[in-house]
Design a protein around this ligand. Structure first.
Ligand code: SF4
Length: 244
């Protein structure tokens, strides 16, 4: 059983090193970690990310092919028939609010950005329904601009790792950015999301099956017995679809 890690006495340098080791190890545990949403361009990713709020990526991926085909441009969203768009988005939940956001985004992109998705955080967060989380997803995966995306998994794991004690996603983002190298910001988020889905579940984390145990001060939060923990692990490298 790993020795308990005392993050209260950890130096900033030790914490930085531990954070980077965690991200490296996560890469070995989840070499397939990547964004699960399907898209071919920045507009499609922006739309898919808006639709992923309170919805699984799998469900979003079922809905988006028809949406992308029907609305191939910002202008198409701006001019969408609201009832028709809402009907297409209904399976993703909160479909009225999401339709509202997409029509508003289409209008804003058309009026202020020449119909293109802007490639800066400051510009993206001016779009209706787009916060830092969505903006960082788009920047990191469509523009190659590193960004830490703090969703429910990244927030939970960051706190369990003892890398932050903040609950506010913006503060978590700032603390992770300070610990990690910018080139790792996007991939660190992807890996943490995969680890949250597969091992470090909100209710019963699979601690006894987790390769991060020695680096994690929360080891023991879930079952530590190997067999019991192994049964909690969801998905495998060849079973990615099951996680989405
Ligand atoms: S040891 Fe447990 S709490 Fe820590 S990352 Fe692994 S599953 Fe999560």
């Amino acid at each position: 059983m790993p020795a308990a890690l005392d993050v209260a006495t950890e130096t900033p340098l030790a914490r930085t090193r531990r954070a980077r080791r965690i991200v490296r190890l996560l890469g070995e545990i989840h070499p397939d970690a990547r964004i699960a949403l399907h898209f071919d361009n920045a507009l499609e990713l922006l739309v898919a990310t808006v639709l992923s709020a309170q919805c699984t990526d799998k469900k979003v991926n079922e809905v988006t092919p028809a949406v992308f085909a029907r609305y191939p441009s910002a202008a198409a969203y701006a001019g969408a028939d609201r009832a028709e768009l809402e009907a297409m988005l209904r399976p993703t939940g909160f479909f009225r609010a999401k339709a509202n956001s997409l029509i508003g985004i289409g209008a804003a992109l058309t009026e202020r950005f020449g119909g293109e998705v802007p490639g800066s955080l400051d510009a993206l967060v001016t779009l209706p329904g787009v916060g830092r989380k969505t903006a960082n997803v788009v920047l990191g995966h469509a523009f190659g601009t590193p960004g830490v995306t703090v969703d429910t998994h990244v927030g939970r794991l960051s706190r369990r790792f003892g890398l932050t004690d903040q609950n506010d996603p913006v503060r978590v983002e700032a603390e992770l950015c300070a610990l990690l190298e910018p080139r790792d910001w996007t991939i660190a988020s992807d890996r943490m999301i995969f680890h949250g889905r597969r091992y470090c579940h909100a209710r019963r984390p699979a601690c006894g099956a987790c390769a991060l145990a020695r680096l994690c001060p929360s080891f023991g939060l879930g079952p530590t017995e190997a067999g019991e923990a192994a049964r909690l692990v969801r998905g495998t490298r060849g079973d990615v679809e099951a996680l989405r």
